[in-house]
Design a protein around this ligand. Structure first.
Ligand code: UDP
Ligand code: MG
Length: 312
Protein backbone atom coordinates (compact mmCIF):
# COMPACT_ATOMS: atom_id res chain seq x y z
CA UNK A 1 0.00 0.00 0.00
CA UNK A 2 1.55 3.28 -1.13
CA UNK A 3 1.53 6.21 1.25
CA UNK A 4 0.80 9.64 -0.17
CA UNK A 5 1.38 12.89 1.74
CA UNK A 6 -0.76 15.86 0.83
CA UNK A 7 1.15 19.03 1.68
CA UNK A 8 -0.95 22.15 2.12
CA UNK A 9 0.58 25.58 2.80
CA UNK A 10 -1.96 27.84 4.54
CA UNK A 11 -1.74 31.49 5.36
CA UNK A 12 -4.85 33.07 6.85
CA UNK A 13 -7.14 30.53 5.21
CA UNK A 14 -9.67 30.26 8.06
CA UNK A 15 -12.52 31.02 5.65
CA UNK A 16 -11.82 28.16 3.30
CA UNK A 17 -9.78 25.54 5.13
CA UNK A 18 -12.75 23.52 6.37
CA UNK A 19 -14.27 23.41 2.92
CA UNK A 20 -10.90 22.40 1.50
CA UNK A 21 -10.35 19.61 4.00
CA UNK A 22 -13.84 18.13 3.70
CA UNK A 23 -13.78 18.15 -0.07
CA UNK A 24 -10.24 16.84 -0.47
CA UNK A 25 -10.64 14.24 2.23
CA UNK A 26 -13.86 13.04 0.62
CA UNK A 27 -12.15 12.64 -2.73
CA UNK A 28 -8.94 10.94 -1.63
CA UNK A 29 -10.66 8.55 0.77
CA UNK A 30 -12.34 6.98 -2.27
CA UNK A 31 -9.05 6.32 -4.04
CA UNK A 32 -8.12 2.68 -3.58
CA UNK A 33 -4.69 1.21 -3.00
CA UNK A 34 -3.24 4.27 -1.28
CA UNK A 35 -3.13 5.68 2.21
CA UNK A 36 -3.32 9.45 2.35
CA UNK A 37 -1.96 11.70 5.03
CA UNK A 38 -2.37 15.47 5.25
CA UNK A 39 0.48 17.75 6.27
CA UNK A 40 -0.91 21.24 6.80
CA UNK A 41 1.66 24.00 7.18
CA UNK A 42 0.27 27.06 8.91
CA UNK A 43 2.51 29.86 7.69
CA UNK A 44 2.12 32.17 10.69
CA UNK A 45 -1.57 32.87 10.15
CA UNK A 46 -3.15 35.54 12.32
CA UNK A 47 -6.70 34.20 11.99
CA UNK A 48 -8.17 30.91 13.23
CA UNK A 49 -6.38 28.70 10.67
CA UNK A 50 -4.16 27.09 13.33
CA UNK A 51 -7.11 26.35 15.62
CA UNK A 52 -8.97 24.66 12.79
CA UNK A 53 -5.94 22.62 11.76
CA UNK A 54 -5.53 21.42 15.32
CA UNK A 55 -9.18 20.42 15.35
CA UNK A 56 -8.75 18.30 12.19
CA UNK A 57 -5.70 16.62 13.69
CA UNK A 58 -7.56 15.81 16.89
CA UNK A 59 -10.32 14.17 14.88
CA UNK A 60 -8.16 12.21 12.43
CA UNK A 61 -4.82 10.54 13.04
CA UNK A 62 -3.87 11.03 9.38
CA UNK A 63 -3.79 14.81 9.75
CA UNK A 64 -0.47 16.42 10.69
CA UNK A 65 0.15 20.10 11.08
CA UNK A 66 3.14 22.37 11.44
CA UNK A 67 2.69 25.91 12.74
CA UNK A 68 5.35 28.55 12.00
CA UNK A 69 6.37 31.21 14.49
CA UNK A 70 5.59 33.91 11.89
CA UNK A 71 4.84 34.26 8.18
CA UNK A 72 7.82 32.83 6.28
CA UNK A 73 6.19 32.69 2.85
CA UNK A 74 4.73 29.91 0.72
CA UNK A 75 8.17 28.69 -0.39
CA UNK A 76 9.20 28.06 3.22
CA UNK A 77 5.86 26.38 3.95
CA UNK A 78 6.22 23.97 1.02
CA UNK A 79 9.79 23.20 2.03
CA UNK A 80 8.78 22.44 5.62
CA UNK A 81 6.01 20.14 4.37
CA UNK A 82 8.30 18.24 2.01
CA UNK A 83 11.07 17.99 4.56
CA UNK A 84 8.76 16.52 7.19
CA UNK A 85 7.02 14.14 4.85
CA UNK A 86 7.69 10.42 4.88
CA UNK A 87 5.24 9.13 2.27
CA UNK A 88 6.22 7.34 -0.93
CA UNK A 89 4.71 10.23 -2.87
CA UNK A 90 4.04 13.87 -2.01
CA UNK A 91 1.52 16.16 -3.60
CA UNK A 92 1.43 19.91 -2.96
CA UNK A 93 -2.00 21.54 -2.94
CA UNK A 94 -3.14 25.15 -2.39
CA UNK A 95 -5.64 25.46 0.40
CA UNK A 96 -8.14 27.56 -1.57
CA UNK A 97 -9.37 24.74 -3.86
CA UNK A 98 -7.76 26.40 -6.88
CA UNK A 99 -5.94 23.13 -7.36
CA UNK A 100 -8.68 20.57 -8.05
CA UNK A 101 -8.12 17.56 -5.75
CA UNK A 102 -9.84 15.39 -8.38
CA UNK A 103 -6.56 15.47 -10.30
CA UNK A 104 -4.74 13.53 -7.58
CA UNK A 105 -6.05 10.25 -8.96
CA UNK A 106 -4.81 11.10 -12.47
CA UNK A 107 -1.45 12.08 -11.04
CA UNK A 108 -1.16 8.76 -9.25
CA UNK A 109 -1.83 6.95 -12.51
CA UNK A 110 0.98 8.83 -14.23
CA UNK A 111 3.39 8.04 -11.42
CA UNK A 112 2.39 4.37 -11.62
CA UNK A 113 3.29 4.52 -15.31
CA UNK A 114 6.85 5.24 -14.22
CA UNK A 115 7.11 9.01 -14.03
CA UNK A 116 8.84 10.56 -11.03
CA UNK A 117 6.67 13.61 -11.14
CA UNK A 118 3.30 14.62 -12.45
CA UNK A 119 2.71 18.36 -12.62
CA UNK A 120 -0.51 20.17 -13.31
CA UNK A 121 -0.40 22.81 -15.98
CA UNK A 122 -2.88 25.64 -15.71
CA UNK A 123 -4.05 25.82 -19.31
CA UNK A 124 -5.76 29.21 -18.96
CA UNK A 125 -5.56 32.04 -16.51
CA UNK A 126 -9.24 32.79 -16.86
CA UNK A 127 -10.47 34.86 -13.93
CA UNK A 128 -7.08 36.32 -13.08
CA UNK A 129 -6.68 40.10 -13.46
CA UNK A 130 -5.58 41.08 -16.98
CA UNK A 131 -2.42 42.91 -15.94
CA UNK A 132 -1.28 40.04 -13.75
CA UNK A 133 -1.80 37.54 -16.58
CA UNK A 134 0.05 39.77 -19.03
CA UNK A 135 3.05 40.40 -16.79
CA UNK A 136 3.24 36.75 -15.73
CA UNK A 137 3.38 35.67 -19.37
CA UNK A 138 6.19 38.17 -20.09
CA UNK A 139 8.05 36.98 -17.01
CA UNK A 140 8.00 33.33 -18.10
CA UNK A 141 9.06 34.15 -21.62
CA UNK A 142 11.94 36.23 -20.26
CA UNK A 143 13.17 33.78 -17.63
CA UNK A 144 13.04 30.84 -20.03
CA UNK A 145 15.25 32.78 -22.41
CA UNK A 146 17.89 33.78 -19.91
CA UNK A 147 18.15 30.74 -17.65
CA UNK A 148 19.06 27.14 -18.32
CA UNK A 149 16.09 25.65 -16.54
CA UNK A 150 12.80 25.45 -18.35
CA UNK A 151 9.76 26.76 -16.49
CA UNK A 152 6.56 26.43 -18.45
CA UNK A 153 4.07 29.23 -18.06
CA UNK A 154 1.11 27.81 -16.17
CA UNK A 155 3.16 25.31 -14.22
CA UNK A 156 2.52 26.00 -10.58
CA UNK A 157 3.46 24.19 -7.44
CA UNK A 158 0.59 21.74 -7.87
CA UNK A 159 2.38 18.45 -8.53
CA UNK A 160 2.93 14.97 -7.24
CA UNK A 161 6.48 13.76 -6.74
CA UNK A 162 8.13 10.46 -5.95
CA UNK A 163 10.23 10.10 -2.80
CA UNK A 164 13.40 10.25 -4.93
CA UNK A 165 12.44 13.62 -6.33
CA UNK A 166 11.25 14.97 -2.97
CA UNK A 167 14.62 14.05 -1.45
CA UNK A 168 16.39 15.89 -4.26
CA UNK A 169 14.23 18.98 -3.76
CA UNK A 170 14.77 18.95 0.00
CA UNK A 171 18.52 18.55 -0.50
CA UNK A 172 18.52 21.95 -2.19
CA UNK A 173 18.60 23.86 1.04
CA UNK A 174 19.02 27.36 -0.36
CA UNK A 175 17.38 29.98 1.79
CA UNK A 176 15.97 32.02 -1.06
CA UNK A 177 13.83 29.44 -2.71
CA UNK A 178 12.13 29.54 -6.08
CA UNK A 179 10.40 26.19 -6.35
CA UNK A 180 9.41 26.38 -10.00
CA UNK A 181 13.09 26.63 -10.83
CA UNK A 182 14.10 23.99 -8.30
CA UNK A 183 11.56 21.44 -9.61
CA UNK A 184 12.91 21.88 -13.08
CA UNK A 185 16.56 21.98 -12.00
CA UNK A 186 16.50 18.61 -10.20
CA UNK A 187 15.41 16.90 -13.41
CA UNK A 188 13.46 13.57 -13.37
CA UNK A 189 10.75 12.63 -15.86
CA UNK A 190 7.75 14.86 -15.51
CA UNK A 191 4.32 14.14 -16.93
CA UNK A 192 2.01 17.09 -17.53
CA UNK A 193 -1.72 17.28 -17.15
CA UNK A 194 -3.79 20.33 -18.01
CA UNK A 195 -6.46 21.87 -15.87
CA UNK A 196 -8.75 24.86 -16.15
CA UNK A 197 -8.22 27.80 -13.86
CA UNK A 198 -10.71 27.87 -11.01
CA UNK A 199 -11.44 30.81 -8.78
CA UNK A 200 -10.62 30.75 -5.12
CA UNK A 201 -13.41 29.03 -3.12
CA UNK A 202 -13.34 31.72 -0.41
CA UNK A 203 -11.01 34.29 1.16
CA UNK A 204 -8.56 36.50 -0.72
CA UNK A 205 -5.31 35.99 -2.59
CA UNK A 206 -2.26 36.32 -0.36
CA UNK A 207 -0.10 37.71 -3.13
CA UNK A 208 -0.06 41.46 -3.56
CA UNK A 209 1.24 42.88 -6.82
CA UNK A 210 4.42 43.99 -5.07
CA UNK A 211 5.01 40.59 -3.43
CA UNK A 212 4.60 38.90 -6.81
CA UNK A 213 6.94 41.37 -8.51
CA UNK A 214 9.65 40.79 -5.91
CA UNK A 215 9.14 37.04 -6.27
CA UNK A 216 9.70 37.37 -10.02
CA UNK A 217 12.94 39.29 -9.46
CA UNK A 218 14.07 36.62 -7.01
CA UNK A 219 13.30 33.98 -9.60
CA UNK A 220 15.48 35.70 -12.17
CA UNK A 221 18.48 36.19 -9.91
CA UNK A 222 18.13 32.72 -8.39
CA UNK A 223 18.26 30.88 -11.69
CA UNK A 224 20.21 33.09 -14.05
CA UNK A 225 23.35 35.14 -14.10
CA UNK A 226 22.42 36.69 -17.45
CA UNK A 227 21.90 40.18 -15.94
CA UNK A 228 25.54 40.13 -14.80
CA UNK A 229 26.62 39.19 -18.31
CA UNK A 230 24.48 42.01 -19.67
CA UNK A 231 26.42 44.43 -17.48
CA UNK A 232 29.74 43.09 -18.79
CA UNK A 233 28.57 43.22 -22.41
CA UNK A 234 27.32 46.79 -22.08
CA UNK A 235 30.60 47.73 -20.40
CA UNK A 236 32.63 46.18 -23.23
CA UNK A 237 30.59 47.88 -25.95
CA UNK A 238 30.97 51.24 -24.28
CA UNK A 239 34.71 50.80 -23.65
CA UNK A 240 35.28 49.79 -27.26
CA UNK A 241 33.33 52.74 -28.64
CA UNK A 242 35.12 55.12 -26.25
CA UNK A 243 38.44 53.79 -27.51
CA UNK A 244 37.50 54.38 -31.16
CA UNK A 245 36.10 57.79 -30.30
CA UNK A 246 39.33 58.61 -28.36
CA UNK A 247 41.48 57.85 -31.39
CA UNK A 248 39.26 60.05 -33.49
CA UNK A 249 39.56 62.95 -30.98
CA UNK A 250 43.38 62.67 -30.87
CA UNK A 251 43.53 62.53 -34.65
CA UNK A 252 41.29 65.58 -34.95
CA UNK A 253 43.28 67.58 -32.40
CA UNK A 254 46.60 66.81 -34.03
CA UNK A 255 45.52 67.70 -37.55
CA UNK A 256 42.89 70.38 -37.05
CA UNK A 257 43.78 71.87 -33.61
CA UNK A 258 41.66 71.95 -30.47
CA UNK A 259 38.20 73.51 -30.40
CA UNK A 260 36.69 74.38 -27.05
CA UNK A 261 32.96 73.97 -27.74
CA UNK A 262 31.67 70.44 -27.12
CA UNK A 263 29.62 70.82 -23.95
CA UNK A 264 26.65 68.87 -25.31
CA UNK A 265 28.60 65.79 -26.37
CA UNK A 266 30.63 65.82 -23.13
CA UNK A 267 27.64 66.04 -20.83
CA UNK A 268 25.71 63.38 -22.75
CA UNK A 269 28.63 60.97 -22.55
CA UNK A 270 29.16 61.58 -18.83
CA UNK A 271 25.48 61.07 -18.03
CA UNK A 272 25.19 58.01 -20.25
CA UNK A 273 28.25 56.28 -18.87
CA UNK A 274 27.30 57.27 -15.33
CA UNK A 275 23.89 55.68 -15.85
CA UNK A 276 25.38 52.44 -17.13
CA UNK A 277 27.78 52.28 -14.17
CA UNK A 278 25.00 52.74 -11.65
CA UNK A 279 22.83 50.16 -13.42
CA UNK A 280 25.66 47.63 -13.41
CA UNK A 281 26.36 48.31 -9.75
CA UNK A 282 22.68 47.77 -9.01
CA UNK A 283 22.68 44.41 -10.79
CA UNK A 284 25.85 43.43 -8.95
CA UNK A 285 24.23 44.55 -5.71
CA UNK A 286 21.28 42.22 -6.28
CA UNK A 287 23.60 39.24 -6.46
CA UNK A 288 25.74 40.39 -3.54
CA UNK A 289 22.57 40.71 -1.47
CA UNK A 290 21.66 37.14 -2.45
CA UNK A 291 25.09 35.89 -1.37
CA UNK A 292 24.81 37.83 1.88
CA UNK A 293 21.45 36.31 2.77
CA UNK A 294 22.61 32.85 1.72
CA UNK A 295 25.88 32.77 3.70
CA UNK A 296 24.09 33.60 6.94
CA UNK A 297 22.52 30.14 6.70
CA UNK A 298 19.50 31.22 8.65
CA UNK A 299 16.79 28.57 9.03
CA UNK A 300 14.19 28.64 6.27
CA UNK A 301 11.37 28.40 8.82
CA UNK A 302 10.87 28.19 12.58
CA UNK A 303 8.30 25.80 14.03
CA UNK A 304 6.17 27.02 16.90
CA UNK A 305 3.91 24.03 17.24
CA UNK A 306 3.37 20.67 15.53
CA UNK A 307 1.95 17.21 16.11
CA UNK A 308 4.68 15.53 14.08
CA UNK A 309 6.72 13.63 16.62
CA UNK A 310 10.15 13.70 15.09
CA UNK A 311 10.23 16.84 13.06
CA UNK A 312 13.24 18.49 11.43
N1 UDP B 1 0.45 30.98 1.14
C1 UDP B 1 1.33 30.74 2.19
N2 UDP B 1 2.13 31.77 2.63
C2 UDP B 1 2.11 33.02 2.07
C3 UDP B 1 1.22 33.24 0.98
C4 UDP B 1 0.42 32.20 0.54
O1 UDP B 1 1.38 29.63 2.72
O2 UDP B 1 2.84 33.90 2.53
C5 UDP B 1 -0.42 29.88 0.67
C6 UDP B 1 -1.90 30.19 0.66
O3 UDP B 1 -2.49 29.93 1.90
C7 UDP B 1 -2.42 29.27 -0.43
C8 UDP B 1 -1.27 29.20 -1.41
O4 UDP B 1 -0.11 29.62 -0.69
O5 UDP B 1 -2.70 27.98 0.05
C9 UDP B 1 -1.48 30.06 -2.62
O6 UDP B 1 -1.77 31.38 -2.23
P1 UDP B 1 -2.90 32.25 -2.91
O7 UDP B 1 -4.08 31.42 -3.21
O8 UDP B 1 -3.11 33.45 -2.06
O9 UDP B 1 -2.15 32.67 -4.25
P2 UDP B 1 -2.78 32.74 -5.73
O10 UDP B 1 -3.61 31.49 -5.92
O11 UDP B 1 -3.61 33.97 -5.76
O12 UDP B 1 -1.59 32.79 -6.60
MG1 MG C 1 -4.97 30.75 -4.79
Amino acid sequence: MKRVDIIVPCFNEGDVIELFFNKTNGIVSKIEGCRFEFIFVDDGSSDDTAVKLKKFSDMHDYVKYISFSRNFGKEAAMYAGLKNSTGDYCVILDSDLQHPPELIEDMLKKIDEGYDCCAANRATRKGDPFLRTFLTRRFYRFINKISEVNMPDGAGDFRMMSRKMVNAVVAMSEVQRFSKGIFSWVGFNTAWIDFENVERAAGNTKWSFWKLFMYALDGITAFSTAPLKLASILGSIISLSSFVYGIWVVFKTVFYGADVPGYASTIILILFIGGIIILSLGILGEYVAKIYMEVKRRPIYIIKDTNIEKYE
